[in-house]
Design a protein around this ligand. Structure first.
Ligand SMILES: Cc1cc2nc3c(=O)[nH]c(=O)nc-3n(C[C@H](O)[C@H](O)[C@H](O)COP(=O)(O)OP(=O)(O)OC[C@H]3O[C@@H](n4cnc5c(N)ncnc54)[C@H](O)[C@@H]3O)c2cc1C
Length: 311
């Protein structure tokens, strides 16, 4: 069994580390930030919607494999994963896309449930309370004999001495660590409010820069959404907070007076295509796994399993 250093303690690095440790590799995660301070902690996170990521064929398989595992985790206390009913809507076109009726729990919306959107239907999907889920992954890693160290590398080669394999799961930081100019941040802001009693999620698809979304997790609801490619700013933007609250409350009036618990910003690791590839690094094997954009949680188990197979 190999000695593995996984650089990165977001959802991609932790899931990879769990899979490798559970088949017997000796795994250490090196992460610049505590998992709950990463982009992964900011995600909504929805698992079951359509994934349009590249490489297409692999992404579809990664999502299918991940969905099976999230389905199994749903309902297990302490994982942060639950199976919820929710609406997918769009302001682009009124015709149902051909894949819609195949989604679990599909049902058409009534006129009132359209909430002003021309296209709207119900599905059921796992949704993930990310701070709780990241804790669960760290705990599962430690129970499998793995370890996590808060440690920043200047170069991936720092991890090579003493490791047979280095896995690069550094998200948007992969740009600086690998010189990959195709990586760029896609900034997103969420507003987290006290849950006024919601159990169903809502997600507007097909919009580029601004949309309406909310995901209830027990006592809190995560409201979004927006995407700003090329923006590295991690400071919350008050205008965006106001827009998010206003648009979500227009769909769900119970959100109008919900107490704000926090405003969170994350940098999605944007790339035209996810990079899951191997190259040599001094005497070690280097496996890159980054560039998951807005679907990293949804694809995490599929990618981690593929890396486990590669080893
Ligand atoms: C607002 C928002 C909403 C989202 N909603 C969803 C959703 O509903 N569904 C979904 O699937 N995805 C969603 N995403 C996308 C998802 O969050 C990302 O795809 C995913 O978090 C990427 O995970 P990662 O582990 O690659 O990166 P990150 O979470 O960014 O982790 C990178 C890790 O690398 C470490 N690192 C970086 N540089 C170094 C270094 N030099 N040395 C050591 N460690 C280093 C960091 O500390 C961190 O631990 C959303 C993202 C945002 C911002």
């Amino acid at each position: 069994m190999a000695d593995v250093v996984v650089v990165g303690g977001g959802v991609i690095g932790l899931t990879t580390a769990v899979c490798l440790a559970e088949v017997g590799h000796r795994v250490q995660v090196w992460s610049a930030l505590f998992p709950k301070r990463t982009t992964s902690a900011v995600a909504g996170a929805m698992i079951g919607g359509p994934v349009l990521a590249e490489p297409r064929e692999s992404a579809v398989r990664w999502q299918r494999e991940s969905l099976e595992i999230f389905d199994a985790l749903a309902g297990h206390h302490g994982t942060g994963v639950s199976l919820a009913r929710g609406r997918l809507v769009s302001r682009l076109g009124a015709g149902l896309p051909p894949w819609a009726a195949e989604l679990p729990g599909f049902a058409p919306c009534t006129e009132a449930e359209h909430a002003g959107f021309p296209l709207a239907f119900w599905i059921s999907s796992p949704i993930v309370d990310m701070p709780t889920y990241l804790d669960y992954l760290v705990d599962r890693l430690c129970r499998a004999g793995g370890d996590i160290e808060i440690r920043t590398v200047e170069a991936l080669a720092e991890a090579a001495p003493g490791a047979d394999v280095v896995v690069n799961c550094t998200g948007v930081a992969a740009e600086a660590l690998t010189g990959d100019e195709q990586v760029q941040p896609v900034r997103g802001q969420h507003v987290v409010v006290e849950n006024p009693g919601l159990t169903e999620f809502f997600y507007e698809g097909g919009a580029d820069r601004e949309w309406v979304s909310f995901f209830p997790h027990d006592g809190r609801v995560v409201l979004g959404g927006n995407a700003a490619p090329g923006d590295w700013n991690l400071d919350p933007d008050d205008d965006q907070t106001e827009t998010i609250l206003r648009r979500c409350a227009a769909v769900e009036p119970r959100l109008a007076n919900a107490r704000i618990l926090g405003v969170e910003v994350g940098l999605r690791p944007g790339r035209p295509s996810i990079r899951l590839a191997e190259e040599p690094l001094d005497s070690a094997r280097l496996i890159h796994c980054y560039g998951h954009g807005g679907v990293g949680v949804s694809l995490s188990w599929g990618c981690a399993r593929e890396i486990t197979t590669m080893l």
